[in-house]
Design a protein. Structure first.
Length: 438
């Protein structure tokens, strides 16, 4: 199968979902990648992908251009995140590639890429990843700052309508968890004045995979009494989670164990996160090329997110490395893991602090969660199983596309006047990029 993979950013081991899809699909299929590239770090990611044999076309898109597009869309119904990456250069690159080459299928990564995806003849599988409107709705309630809550309210409304339209636009959609599938299904069946009576997408649950050769259980020396929070530290849910932990949970832990330290590992920490390092027991790393040493050497990984959607990479990576996890219900909701067997789940600050203290003091519990966490990853997040299921989705998308094409041809042959009228109607629609030779 020949696949064109479109993404709003270059993949990397940190962006494990798209990276895993690409690297695993390359073993059996011909994969070409087109991705936006905006920063020096992303250019480094592009070079690394090329060294690994990935055929990637990087489309330069300056940060200023992104911001200007988002500002221009402020008063419209288009989600700001979609406008942010609606690069004309990316759209042109996709159109040119599809005109010059024959692809079986286009895989589109995340909602942010959709603003640059033209209407095309090839079947598209859209990886929504999460129900993003739900993320913003929760951000509007629990965001760390008034500004984030304000943006969350507006973006939730715009994204809700936009996601509903995409569920009519595409036939095959991917999400990471059953929770997100149910939220999109509920969204799809809402009605408003703009709703059209069109078939709805088939929403497939496809969790993140973990490269168990890359994330191997750590057997070295742990930094006892060290906690770790990992993730992109400009992401609003991570900011809210860390601030909640430091303000409401960590003081309860320090009251009994003042020797406990916290490592906040991840790129682009916000100023509010950087200020936390004024306490010598808190370390903010900023960007690191490899998060594994920070997660693996800690005694406990925490994920105290007050709101979340999908599956949290930070939880999967810690479990794969054998670092026991304490997570909030929101952070664990996308998993099939069993509380008390694979990880600990705690909600209120007192409960969360107590769970962390248990893991610091109870060696048998620590060892059991470490081993069972690794076993969970190998059972539910094995890339081979996930890629087999993804290939099944691709096959169904191809089959549906062939049936649609045959039905259109048959209809045009049996009803010439109707076929000519459809041709006239299409002139008023956005242009469709044809397959070369058609």
């Amino acid at each position: 199968m020949k696949i064109l993979f479109v993404a709003p950013y270059p993949s990397s081991p940190i962006r494990i979902r798209s990276y895993g899809f690409i690297k695993q699909l390359m073993k059996w299929h011909e994969v070409s990648v087109i991705a936006l590239c905006s920063t020096r770090r992303e250019r480094d990611d592009v070079e690394q992908l090329r060294q690994e044999g990935v055929a990637i076309t990087a489309i330069e898109d300056k940060r200023l251009w992104k911001v200007l597009r988002a500002l221009k869309a402020w008063g419209s119904q288009l989600p700001l995140q979609v406008a942010f990456d609606a690069s004309p250069a990316l759209r042109a690159a996709i159109e040119t590639r599809l005109w010059n080459e024959q692809f079986d299928l286009v895989h589109v990564e995340f909602i942010r890429a959709l603003g640059a995806v033209p209407d095309i003849a090839e079947p598209i599988v859209w990886d929504a990843v999460d129900c993003i409107s739900q993320l913003y709705e929760r951000g509007a309630r629990f965001g760390a700052t008034p500004m984030l809550r304000f943006i969350g309210r507006g973006e939730a409304q715009r994204t809700r309508a936009y996601e509903r339209l995409q569920l009519q636009r595409f036939r095959e959609v991917l999400v990471t968890s059953e929770r997100d599938r149910q939220e999109l299904l509920a969204l799809a069946h809402e009605k408003d004045e703009h709703s059209a009576e069109r078939p709805l997408a088939h929403i497939n649950v496809l969790p993140h995979g973990i490269d168990i050769d890359y994330f191997q259980p750590y057997t070295g020396q742990r930094q006892l009494t060290t906690l770790v929070f990992s993730g992109k530290m400009s992401f609003h849910a991570n900011v809210a989670g860390v601030q909640h932990f430091v303000q409401h949970i960590l003081p309860l832990i320090w009251a009994q164990r003042p020797d406990v330290s916290l490592v906040i590992a991840g790129s682009a920490p916000s100023p509010s996160i950087e200020r936390l390092a004024r306490d010598q027991r808190i370390r903010v790393t900023g960007y690191v090329p490899d998060l594994r040493p920070y997660i693996a050497q800690a005694q406990v990984a925490i994920s105290p997110l007050p709101y979340a959607v999908g599956i949290q990479n930070k939880v999967l990576e810690a479990m794969a490395l054998g670092t026991p996890v304490v997570a909030s219900p929101s952070a664990a909701a996308g998993l099939q893991a069993v509380a008390g067997q694979h990880l600990l789940i705690a909600d209120q600050p007192q409960q969360f602090a107590a769970a962390v203290l248990r893991l610091l003091d109870d060696r048998d519990l620590w060892q059991s969660l470490s081993e069972q966490g690794v076993a969970y990853i190998r059972t539910y997040h094995d890339w081979q199983q996930i890629i087999d299921r993804l290939t099944g989705v691709y096959t169904r998308a191809l089959h549906a596309s062939d049936k649609t094409a045959l039905a259109v041809c048959a209809d045009a042959l049996e009803q010439p006047s109707k076929g000519m009228q459809q041709t006239a109607n299409r002139a008023a629609l956005p242009p469709v990029v044809p397959k070369k030779g058609l």
